[in-house]
Ligand binder design. Structure first.
Ligand code: MN
Length: 495
C-alpha cells in the first residue's frame, strides 16, 4: 500500500489546499473500502492507493490524484454520485464517473467488438484525465494479475495489450505503454515470452558490459568538445516490443540494433548537434540510420536525434540525443502536458486534444489526417501482417464521429449530425429501405432528427415501405445516399 505521505511526496505538490484535497480523498476512500479485500487477500484500498501513487509518478495534479483515490468508490462502495459531488465537487465527480463508466465496458475479443471498444473508449473519454486514471488503474491491476482466476487473467491481459497499451502509446506515454505490454506478454504468449526472454538475457548481459565502457568514452569525447553538462542513461527494449521486432527480422537478434539504446541528454538543442558531431568523429556510424527527429519530428510528435554506431568492440549501439524537456515529453507524452497544465492553471482538454490528437497540416500544407494515422500508414507499409495496427488505422476518426447503440447494445459509429436514415442504412440496406419511423432513447422522432453520442436508436420497419426523395436531404452518410438513390431508381424503373 502506498501511504498518504508517499503519494504527497512523489506528487511534489506544495499548495496546502491541494494537499488537503488529496488527504481528504485518501481518508474517504480508505473508509469506503475498509471492509473490502482483493482476491490476493490484501485490503482493497491497497489497489486504490497504488493507483494514486502511479498518477503522482506521472506528474498528475491534486484533482486527478484525488479522483484516482476515489475511482472505485461508486463501483464498489455504498456511495452515490451525490455523495462524491457534495464532498469533492463536480470536477472530481466527473472524473470518477468517467472511470466508472469505462469499467462497465466488457471486452469480447472478437474483431468487431474490439474495434468498437477502442472507439468507444476514446469517445467516452471527454476528459483526457479519465484515460490517465484508467491507465493507472490498469497498470496496477496488471502488476497484481497473478492473483486473478486463470481464464480471467488471459482476457484482461489481451485487453491490455490490444487496447490499453496502444492507447498509452498513442498518447505518447511510452513508458506506461511498455510496462503494460511487458506485463501482459507472458500471460498471452507464455512460450514465446520464455523464448524471447532467453534470447534477450544473453544479449543484454553481453552488451551491458560493453555499454558501460562506451558511455564513459562518450562522456570523455563530449568533454573534449566542450560539452560538460551531460546526463547519460540507457533504455532496454521491452520484451514484447522485441518479440514483435523479432518476428519481422526472422528471429535474428543480431539484426536489431536498438535492443539497448544509449541516451545522451543535454541542456539545449545546439549541444545535441555538437554531440552528434563529436560522436561521429570518434565512432563510425552505420549508414542510413542517422535520423534527425528534432528538425523533422515524427508524425506523432516524437523528437530526438538518432544514430547507430560501431562501438569498436564488435557491438553496434543506437544513440539517442535529446534535451531534458524533449526527453520528458518522449517518455510521458500527453501526461507531461496534463501535468504542466493541471499544476499551472486551468487544464484545457481541448488544447491537449488539439496538440496531440487532431489533424495537423503536413509540410505541403495538405491535411494529412490525424498525426498518428499518418504514422501508422507508414508503419503499416513495412508490417502488413500486424493486425493490431490495421485496427488502429480504421478506428480513429472519432473526433468527427458519434457512437450510437442499437436496442440490443451493438455499437454503430456515424458522422456527427447523422439522422435515423443514416443509422438504418448503417445497419442494413434492407432496414433502411423499409423504414417507417424511428425512436431515439425510446421516444418517436422525425427522420431528420440529429442523433447524439450515446443515443439508443430503434428503427421501425414495414415490408411495403419505401424510401422517398426527401430522405436524401436527411442523410449525412454517402452509404445512405447511395442506397436511397438506387432504391428510388428501382422504383422509377418498375413504374
Ligand atoms: Mn480500480
Amino acid at each position: 500500500m502506498a501511504s498518504l505521505e508517499e503519494i504527497l511526496k512523489i506528487s511534489n505538490i506544495e499548495d496546502q489546499k491541494e494537499k488537503d484535497l488529496i488527504k481528504e480523498s485518501f481518508s474517504f476512500a480508505e473508509k469506503i473500502h475498509q471492509n473490502h479485500l482483493r482476491l490476493s487477500g490484501e485490503p482493497y484500498f491497497n489497489h486504490v492507493s497504488e493507483t494514486a501513487k502511479i498518477l503522482a509518478e506521472y506528474g498528475m495534479g491534486a484533482t486527478t490524484i484525488g479522483a484516482g483515490l476515489l475511482h472505485d468508490t461508486i463501483e464498489d462502495g455504498e456511495i452515490s454520485e451525490k455523495d462524491i459531488e457534495k464532498e469533492f465537487g463536480k470536477e472530481i465527480l466527473f472524473l470518477v464517473e468517467g472511470v466508472t463508466k469505462l469499467g462497465k465496458l466488457k471486452y469480447h475479443g472478437a474483431d468487431r467488438h474490439n474495434e468498437s471498444m477502442r472507439k468507444l473508449f476514446v469517445a467516452m473519454s471527454e476528459d483526457i484525465r479519465v484515460v490517465m486514471i484508467k491507465l493507472a488503474d490498469r497498470l496496477h491491476n496488471m502488476r497484481t494479475l497473478s492473483f486473478i482466476r486463470e481464464d480471467k487473467k488471459i482476457r484482461i491481459a489481451k485487453e491490455t495489450i490490444e487496447i490499453y497499451a496502444p492507447i498509452a502509446y498513442r498518447l505518447g506515454i511510452r513508458k506506461l505503454s511498455r510496462e503494460l505490454e511487458d506485463l501482459a506478454f507472458p500471460f498471452i504468449y507464455p512460450k514465446e515470452y520464455e523464448e524471447v526472454k532467453n534470447i534477450a538475457k544473453h544479449k543484454y548481459d553481453e552488451m551491458l558490459q560493453s555499454l558501460e565502457k562506451f558511455l564513459k568514452s562518450i562522456k570523455k569525447e563530449l568533454v573534449k568538445s566542450g560539452i560538460t553538462k551531460v546526463r547519460t542513461e540507457y533504455r532496454v527494449k521491452g520484451l514484447y516490443s522485441l518479440f514483435k521486432k523479432l518476428q519481422s527480422k526472422e528471429k535474428n537478434i543480431e539484426k536489431i540494433y536498438d535492443i539497448l539504446a544509449v541516451r545522451i541528454i543535454l541542456p539545449n538543442i545546439e549541444d545535441c548537434y555538437r554531440a552528434l558531431g563529436a560522436i561521429h568523429s570518434s565512432w563510425r556510424p552505420l549508414p542510413g540510420r542517422i535520423k534527425d527527429y528534432i528538425a523533422f519530428p515524427k508524425p506523432n510528435g516524437y523528437r530526438s536525434i538518432h544514430t547507430t554506431v560501431f562501438t569498436g568492440d564488435g557491438n553496434i549501439v543506437e544513440v539517442q540525443i535529446r534535451t531534458e524537456d524533449i526527453h520528458m515529453e518522449s517518455e510521458y507524452g500527453v501526461a507531461s502536458h496534463i501535468s504542466y497544465k493541471e499544476k499551472r492553471g486551468k487544464l484545457n482538454n481541448e488544447l491537449i486534444w488539439a496538440k496531440h490528437l487532431l489533424p495537423k497540416e503536413n509540410e505541403n500544407g495538405q491535411n494529412g489526417g490525424p498525426v498518428w494515422i499518418r504514422e501508422l500508414v507508414e508503419y503499416q507499409k513495412n508490417q502488413k501482417d500486424l493486425k493490431l495496427i490495421n485496427d488502429d488505422l480504421k478506428s480513429d476518426f472519432f473526433q468527427h464521429r458519434i457512437f450510437v447503440f442499437t436496442p440490443l447494445g451493438d455499437v454503430v459509429d456515424l458522422p456527427r449530425e447523422s439522422t435515423p436514415v443514416d443509422f438504418a442504412y448503417a445497419i442494413h440496406s434492407e432496414i433502411g429501405d423499409h423504414m417507417v419511423g424511428a425512436k431515439i432513447n425510446g421516444k418517436m422522432v422525425s427522420l431528420d432528427t440529429h442523433i447524439h453520442n450515446g443515443d439508443v436508436v430503434e428503427i421501425l420497419t414495414k415490408t411495403k415501405a419505401k424510401p422517398t426523395a426527401k430522405w436524401l436531404d436527411y442523410a449525412k452518410t454517402a452509404l445512405a445516399k447511395k442506397n436511397i438513390r438506387s432504391a428510388l431508381q428501382k422504383e422509377k424503373g418498375s413504374k
